[in-house]
Design a protein around this ligand. Structure first.
Ligand SMILES: [Zn+2]
Length: 239
């Protein structure tokens, strides 16, 4: 059984799993509410997150924040029945993304027609199996319309901020102000596989700019939670 790991006073993460394309799911836990950072890649992932929060005796989930529109971050959204918070660029991308004819047939077509997407879409096919009939993409209902805005919780403040970048132009940062911690999600990753060129690399300059904010901990979407000094060493090693 996978369990949440405590990262800071209010922040826990459900660890990622590369084999099943599960990104990091963050939980910001206050005295009365739990806010998730990303929804999970499918209903199974979302239900595993809910069970693990139950074992922590976490307070009820009040909101889910989407960091960007890619399927592995949002396809669990239908399970929680809570408002989704997102930046307006992400809202736009989610609505566009939902226009794809999501179904077993669509996923099979992508696997065969776009070889670069075969690994991730094969994972999606295997996760969803025959469950497409009940699937829906949940659109954000609390939309941040400034570049950055505070989202106050019970005693904890989130700063939700659009950053964009080559991986997804809707990439959104979530800073947990009191914990001096930032969810970077996938913002500095190279473009997705079907768009990436061989020379594409992580956006090290973007990571360095984020490190200039001097947070204690930075969490990426498919790696985990690491100290600022870890990320500085990582950036130096990228050259
Ligand atoms: Zn992504």
């Amino acid at each position: 059984m996978t369990e949440f790991k405590k990262i800071s006073e209010h922040v826990w993460i459900y660890p990622p799993d590369k084999n099943t394309f599960q990104p990091v799911i963050g939980a910001v836990i206050t005295a009365t509410q739990t806010v998730l950072i990303d929804a999970g890649n499918c209903h199974h992932h979302a239900r595993a997150v809910i069970s693990a929060l139950g074992r922590l005796n976490a307070p009820p989930i009040s909101h889910v924040v989407y960091t960007h529109h890619h399927w592995d971050h949002i396809f669990g959204g239908q399970i929680y029945h809570v408002p989704i918070v997102a930046h307006m660029v992400c809202e736009f991308r989610v609505i566009e993304y939902a226009k794809n004819p999501w179904s077993h047939a669509h996923v099979e077509r992508v696997i065969h027609e776009i070889p670069a997407l075969a690994p991730s879409f094969s994972a999606l096919r295997d996760l969803m199996r025959d469950d497409w009939a009940n699937f829906k993409i949940v659109f954000p209902s609390i939309v941040i319309r400034k570049k950055a805005d505070f989202f106050p919780l019970d005693g904890v403040t989130l700063l939700i901020e659009h950053i964009g970048g080559a991986h997804a132009d809707d990439s959104t940062l979530v800073t947990v102000v009191e914990d001096n911690l930032m969810f970077m999600a996938d913002c500095f990753y190279p473009p997705p596989a079907h768009i990436a060129k061989p020379e594409d690399k992580p956006d090290v300059a973007m990571v360095r700019r984020l490190l200039d904010r001097n947070h204690a901990i930075y969490i990426d979407g498919h790696g985990g939670a690491f100290s600022a000094s870890f990320w500085r060493t990582w950036a130096d090693m990228q050259g």
